[in-house]
Design a protein around this ligand. Structure first.
Ligand code: MN
Length: 246
């Protein structure tokens, strides 16, 4: 199983979540971070566990307080194989910081491109068009994976034409709008995620192994049984890695 977008450091006991992920055969985890200062802390938590990769991130929700950490971000790019979580958030509460978010996002995209490009996990809530505008200008040879994409069908079409990938989770697949978007995504460019612990599964947060629910939903959409859907996800992940020399 694959969780391509999980905030492992934000669970109360990250080590236990990691151990349980292995027990439940969730072998591929992209541990995204929300600030570059969390990068080193995540290295300690994860302690080179082979199934986990750490993304270097600067979350758009934090940009208004942490824009100055962009220098730290650029300093660490060299060491990071994956980037995330980065992007733009245009929801009502964060709209005031959107101009600053764009500056920061653009700086990140340019320095990642100058460092040879990476797989990047990208947030675009309420700002899909703005996010795609920035990507279209500065993506370089990076591969953007749009996490929990919630734009319009037209914006989705544009993202598909630009070559974006998508990561989708059980929370997204529960809703009618999310499912309709996933139906239109190219099946060979879709991977699973949870966005835990921010997403809730009733009283509990979603855990990495809960991607099993997304696999079942994707199976339905793709008219495959769960094991075939899982095989498709594995094949897609291999292609993503090969395309990015990983
Ligand atoms: Mn997230």
């Amino acid at each position: 199983m694959i969780d391509l977008h999980c905030h492992i450091d934000l669970y109360p006991d990250p080590a236990e979540v990691l151990a349980e992920s292995v027990r439940r055969q969730c072998y591929v985890l992209l541990a995204v971070t929300t600030t570059p200062l969390a990068w080193n802390g995540n290295k300690l938590i994860i302690n080179d566990a082979p199934q986990v990769q750490i993304g270097l991130g600067l979350h758009p929700e934090l940009v208004s307080q942490r824009a100055s950490e962009i220098d730290k971000f650029c300093e660490l790019i060299d060491k990071a194989k994956f980037i995330g979580e980065i992007g733009l958030d245009g929801s009502r509460r964060l709209r005031p910081s959107l101009p600053l978010q764009k500056d920061v996002f653009r700086t990140i995209l340019k320095s990642v491109a100058n460092n040879g490009g990476r797989v990047m996990s990208i947030h675009s809530r309420g700002a899909a068009t703005e996010t795609l505008d920035e990507l279209s200008r500065h993506v370089g040879s990076s591969t953007p994976v749009l996490h929990w994409f919630s734009g319009t069908q037209r914006e989705l079409q544009r993202a598909v034409e630009m070559g974006c990938w998508f990561s989708v989770g059980p929370a997204m697949l529960k809703g009618e709008k999310g499912r309709k978007l996933v139906e239109r995504m190219p099946a060979n460019r879709v991977l699973t995620e949870t966005d835990g612990p921010f997403t809730r599964n009733g009283k509990e947060p979603f855990y990495p192994w809960d991607v099993i629910q997304a696999e079942a939903d994707l199976g339905q959409i793709w008219r495959l049984d769960v094991s075939e859907a899982r095989q498709r996800l594995r094949d897609s992940l291999r292609v993503l890695m090969e395309n990015n020399h990983l």
